[in-house]
Design a protein. Structure first.
Length: 265
């Protein structure tokens, strides 16, 4: 009984903490995603780097507090392993001190590390949109797709420069992939190809839904317009029916009045 009560108390406390921190963490997540894009495209200034580290530290504290409170820690880790990965990856920057050692093949490691950062940021995007948009409808999918496009474009620019000469070119290229139209440029790096494949899979999975949702929305508007027209026609028919009934009643009264006059005569 005590274990069950402790489980319920921990679950309730975890829920209250999530409710309390949802909005602040949502804002921090948006800022962090923007910083990731800036980092891949332009690099971070010392001030932005410190801001990024502060936000990262807050996420770590929040994660370990929730892990400590969670009644089933193993289940919590299984559900949030991508979150843990996204929090662990920035710590690997310390390996830059081994830059001079050939053993690490540092440039290849950094590219793979940044690919992992991009993928974990996609997970952060999903969590951010999930908190911002409660209902999983068209609005949820459009916002998530926009975030994936912005972040994916930053990754493609980082991996494929100078093939993609600017972030604008990378964004246009990524947008074409997301609309399943494609482009005449194909990535040259292994990381770029992996990211392109994942973006294509996302686009293939989600674009049909967006098209169907928009079509359904347009059809719904047409049905609404048709329903409105039918309702107006019904009102007009009712009005004409009332007029006919009134006219018929008036004719009956006139007929009765005529018969009465004849009888009097």
């Amino acid at each position: 009984m005590d274990k069950e009560r402790a489980y319920q108390e921990r679950t309730e406390l975890l829920y209250q903490i999530n409710e309390l921190l949802d909005f602040p963490l949502l804002l921090l997540s948006i800022v962090w995603l923007i910083l990731i894009v800036i980092d891949f495209v332009y690099g971070l200034s010392p001030f932005l780097r410190r801001a990024n580290d502060v936000i990262w530290s807050m996420f770590i504290v929040d994660f370990f507090v929730e892990l400590y409170i969670a009644p089933k820690k193993k289940a919590y880790l299984e559900e949030n392993w991508l979150v843990a990965l996204s929090l662990f990856l920035p710590a690997l920057r310390i390996l830059k001190i081994f830059r001079g050692f050939r053993l690490f093949k540092f440039s290849n490691f950094i590219r793979s590390f940044n690919l992992a950062r991009i993928l974990s940021s996609f997970n952060r995007s999903i969590r951010t949109v999930r908190k911002a948009v409660k209902q999983r409808g068209l609005e949820y999918v459009l916002i998530l797709t926009a975030l994936v496009t912005f972040i994916g474009a930053a990754g493609m620019y980082y991996f494929e420069y100078p093939g993609l000469k600017s972030y604008g070119d990378a964004f246009w290229w990524t947008a074409m992939i997301m609309t399943t139209i494609g482009s005449d440029y194909w990535p040259k790096t292994a990381e770029g190809r992996v990211l392109t494949f994942l973006l294509s899979v996302y686009a293939f999975a989600i674009f049909g839904y967006i098209t169907a949702a928009i079509a359904s929305l347009l059809v719904g508007k047409e049905k609404e317009a048709s329903s409105k027209e039918i309702s107006e026609l019904r009102k007009e028919v009712q009005r004409l029916s009332s007029e006919i009934s009134r006219f018929s009643e008036l004719e009956k009264n006139n007929f009765k009045f005529s018969l009465t006059n004849k009888d009097l005569c």
